[in-house]
Design a protein around this ligand. Structure first.
Ligand code: CS2
Length: 506
């Protein structure tokens, strides 16, 4: 999370007492409070990635589950770790882990103080370290929201990227691991050596077959040092897959001001979220909170849910972010309220991204209507810069795989190509000025160098970019390359709105 303690927010919140566990009684009745005493929690869950999504999703469902279970549920506190930056721990610790979730839509805001975070950890500065914490027998579940980028995978194969600097660093046993995969492997190694029972490891990120993919990455990592550990993990550790869904934008200074008004206390780490929340978890053996009574669902096969979520919501999010920025919009809601772009987003889901989904035409139509309403929620300010970040890691799963399946089936892929053309435009070194975005990507310097090398020629841009097989997989077919080149040419001429109109007419 970036530092949102701007002078304005800090000033209005600064005159007030800080939210913390001893001040819960002061909160007005209009704001829901935890139905338990957070000071009585013990931690049964260790979480990697204390970002906004985790705090607006899993922590909320866990709060509800603890409330439902009563005294027994108090063992399901979450020890939540920020993997790299200290900002979130610095904001949450003085608040005893408490923060407000403000659920927003056109009808207004409903707020609740969340108290399910039993402990806040800053991983690099933590005395124990995540592997040692994982080996604590009280920890029965390890959950992750580290973003697709945090899995240190090669995007086109979804296998561990053994050249990733964090992976290379973590393979040295004397060093404290930095990556999620390195920490998990080290923690499991400790548990194996001590004859302990491993926790269940639950990926909650938008990665395809996230449990299976994480399992393979941890086994691949372990096998680089210790075949026996790799085999033990394969035999003894459960990695259920999940589908997670809730739109949770980054916290804005105005959220802090609003939270202060609602609480009468200062909360420097509030969360805004849409009302919708879904969590589908593959069945596993072992204890868990009453998540299934609190909004989550356990099923035998998660993949159909995951695929639909990744293709319909996450893929369309990318379309709206890249095309939206080029068309002059700063947020997803504004982009999807553009008549043409909104119509293209709908068509993208119905005609392109729906390939391979186990949904009837009627179910698909209902899902698409609901998704469009969620994307257009005017009370959620989700910045296109944020959705568009790390595109080189996310394109393969969300856009390229359905694109290839459509090509194979002889179906149109024009809207996917438009998303790719606009993503390429984001790599222009002056994109920040041109589109008012902040491009963020682990491959940004390589992508910008590619852009410069193409010297503005649409054909060279299309060819050079799509030749990056680690990002795109196998090269595009000539017809798609030609369509992409045409689109890039029109984008360079500043004709995005005309291009969208032609696509809708065609
Ligand atoms: C977004 C997701 O940042 C992104 O890639 O598409 O964070 C999206 O908001 C969530 O998956 C919604 O459940």
């Amino acid at each position: 999370m970036k530092d949102i303690r701007t002078p304005m927010a800090a000033k209005s919140a600064g005159a007030l007492e800080r939210l913390n566990r001893s001040r819960l009684d002061l909160i007005p009745a209009t704001v829901k409070r935890p139905g338990f005493n957070p000071a009585e929690l013990t931690c049964g869950i260790l979480h990697f990635g204390c970002g906004a999504f985790h705090r607006g999703h899993q922590a909320v469902v866990t709060q509800r589950a603890i409330e439902l279970e009563g005294a027994q549920g108090l063992r399901w506190g979450i020890a939540s770790a920020s993997m790299h930056r200290p900002t979130t721990p610095e904001l949450l610790r003085p608040q005893g882990g408490l923060y407000t979730v403000m659920e927003r839509d056109a009808d207004g805001t409903r707020s609740e103080v969340i108290g399910s975070l039993g402990e806040i950890i800053h991983a690099p500065g933590d005395q124990l370290g995540l592997p040692e914490r994982m080996a604590n027998p009280a920890i029965r579940l390890v959950t992750l929201t580290v973003t697709a980028n945090g899995y240190t995978l090669e995007p086109s194969s979804d296998r561990l990227n053994v050249d990733h600097p964090h992976v290379v660093h973590d393979l040295e046993a004397s060093r404290r691991p930095k990556s999620a995969v390195g920490n998990l492997a080290r923690g499991l190694d400790l548990i194996k050596r001590r004859g302990g029972v491993p926790p269940v490891i639950i990926s909650c990120d938008n990665v395809s077959s996230n449990g299976q993919t994480l399992r393979q990455a941890v086994i691949d990592f372990a096998a680089l040092r210790d075949d026996k550990l790799a085999a033990w993990i394969g035999e003894h550790v459960q990695f259920p897959s999940t589908m997670v869904d809730r739109i949770v934008p980054a916290t804005r200074p105005s959220d802090i001001v609003e939270a202060a008004g609602l609480l009468g206390l200062s909360d420097l780490a509030p969360i805004s979220a849409e009302p919708f929340l879904a969590w589908v978890i593959e069945n596993f053996e072992g204890e868990r909170p009453l998540w299934d009574h609190a909004g989550a669902r356990f099923v035998n096969k998660v993949e159909p849910f995951e695929l639909a979520k990744l293709r319909l919501l996450n893929g369309t999010h990318m379309l709206l972010a890249y095309v939206g920025a080029v068309a002059g919009y700063g947020t997803i809601a504004a982009a999807s309220r553009d008549e043409r772009l909104g119509a293209l987003a709908r068509r993208f889901m119905l005609d392109e991204q729906s390939i391979g989904l186990e949904l009837s035409a009627a179910e698909l139509a209902t899902d698409v209507d609901r998704l469009m309403a969620r994307l257009r929620n005017p009370a959620i300010r989700h910045e296109v810069s944020r959705i568009g970040r790390n595109g080189s890691i996310k394109l393969a799963t969300r856009i390229m795989t359905p694109l290839r399946e459509n090509v194979q089936a002889g179906r149109t892929v024009d809207i996917a190509l438009l998303a790719i053309a606009c993503w390429i435009s984001w790599q222009a070194p002056d994109a920040e000025v041109r589109y008012g975005i902040k491009p963020q990507d682990p491959n940004l310097s390589r992508l910008q160098a590619l852009y410069v090398a193409a010297q503005g020629r649409p054909e060279a841009l299309a060819r050079r970019f799509t030749a990056q097989e680690d990002i795109f997989g196998p090269p595009l077919e000539p017809l798609q390359l030609e369509r992409l080149t045409l689109m890039l040419g029109r984008l360079q001429a500043g004709a995005i709105h005309e291009l969208m109109a032609d696509m809708l007419a065609g």
